[in-house]
Design a protein around this ligand. Structure first.
Ligand code: HEM
Length: 137
């Protein structure tokens, strides 16, 4: 018996939100440069990034076994990502959810994104703390 979706969404809605979100990310003055430096502005690279992110959410929400990456390792490994940028990422994501989905569904997905975002931010904070100058007691 397949598990019911964590949030009542269809795959097509997930892809629609991911496309709308990264269109905003590319225009954002705070987190846009981090993505452009990492992914360039090549449309093909962005299409495969968006396909990977759609798989990530389809795995988390619809229990599709379509993603097997390690977001914590990826984000902790990007030195240009600063802990304070997560608030901006989540604000943009919430705006996109509110624009693309009914309120109740948007709120459920937002709660999940904020929970994952908190975890990724902690990973980046720990990484930033460990890479700083040694604390001489
Ligand atoms: C400060 C906020 C964030 C920034 C600047 C950021 C930036 C990036 C960049 C540049 C990549 C591409 C890495 C690459 O392929 O070389 C990436 C990958 C990814 N991001 Fe983020 N991200 C942020 C927050 C988040 C959050 C909050 C989530 C989830 C809720 C998330 C989920 C992912 C996933 C799933 C990948 C793919 C990782 C893989 O390669 O398997 N990101 N992110």
């Amino acid at each position: 018996m397949p598990l019911p979706p964590r949030i009542p969404l269809r795959r097509a809605q997930i892809e629609q939100v991911v496309t709308a979100f990264y269109a905003r990310v590319r225009r954002d003055p705070v987190i846009g440069p981090v993505f452009l430096e990492r992914l360039s502005d090549d449309a093909g690279v962005w299409r495969s990034h968006e396909a990977k992110i759609a798989d990530f959410w389809a795995n988390a929400i619809l229990h599709e076994r379509s993603y097997n990456g390690n977001p914590m390792m990826v984000h902790s490994g990007i030195s240009t990502i600063k802990p304070q940028m997560f608030a901006r990422w989540l604000d943009l994501f919430d705006d996109t959810l509110a624009q693309e989905l009914p309120d109740g569904i948007a709120a459920q997905w937002s709660a999940l994104a904020h929970r994952i975002g908190r975890g990724l931010r902690m990973g980046v904070e720990m990484n930033t703390a460990n890479s700083g100058p040694p604390i001489l007691s």
